[in-house]
Design a protein around this ligand. Structure first.
Ligand code: HQG
Length: 184
């Protein structure tokens, strides 16, 4: 039960901070930050079982580092469809970009991806993983037997494309042009 409640809460908070801030009564600034107390109010309105301690725990212990909380503010670390621009993450040494990154997707997308590269589609950025296994997990959200693409991240960075680390295990880029992609 508590696992299921945590999951629902995490999904709602992700949705509010990435996709529907207006519906949740939130205003995001251009870096994606929202007022934490207003989020807590939205959560309390939606779920009578969600006390402030549960919300704080869900935010602080998210395994993928989906949320950043700082002072009285909170934002999603990645995944936005609403128009926000997160700052570059390069200054943090923990955020060093691996030479290879991975992306799992529905095999039905492959022809299109190999023609036009990975595009951000409904989100602000393309999302990449550090390992093929993580990419496969992401791809399973779209298809039971996803295909995994390997991305020449060091080549992208060398050519001036910005790649950023977001949260605990996610990397993002504006797009991944076709020349940096291979089917694994
Ligand atoms: C595909 C989860 C055709 C792309 C994950 C993907 C991630 C193309 C889909 C985060 C294409 C978009 C995001 C092209 C891209 N032609 N299809 N040119 N370019 N696509 O859900 O990466 O658990 O927006 O392959 O872990 O699957 O929510 O992106 O299949 O980090 O925290 O278009 O969501 O994080 O799908 O997932 P999505 P995604 P959370």
């Amino acid at each position: 039960l508590s696992g299921e409640r945590r999951r629902r809460l995490s999904k709602f908070v992700s949705g509010a901070l990435r996709h529907f801030p207006d519906d949740a009564g939130l205003e995001l600034d251009d870096r994606g930050w929202a007022d934490y107390e207003r989020l807590a109010d939205a959560v309390a309105r939606k779920y009578d079982w969600a006390d402030p301690q549960l919300l704080a725990a869900v935010v602080a212990t998210d395994p993928k580092g989906r949320f950043e909380r700082e002072g009285g503010r909170i934002r999603a670390a990645y995944g936005h469809s609403v128009d926000v621009t997160l700052e570059a993450s390069e200054s943090d040494p923990e955020s060093r970009i691996p030479d290879r990154l991975y992306h799992g997707t529905d095999p039905d997308n492959l022809d299109s991806i190999l023609a036009e590269g990975l595009q951000s589609m409904n989100r602000q950025e393309v999302h990449l993983s550090a390992t093929p296994a993580e990419a496969r997990e992401v791809g399973r959200r779209h298809a039971p037997s996803p295909v995994v693409l390997e991305i020449d991240a060091s080549g992208m960075v060398a050519d001036g494309h910005r790649v950023s680390k977001r949260g605990a295990e996610t990397y993002t880029a504006d797009e991944v042009p076709r020349e940096y992609l291979d089917v694994r």
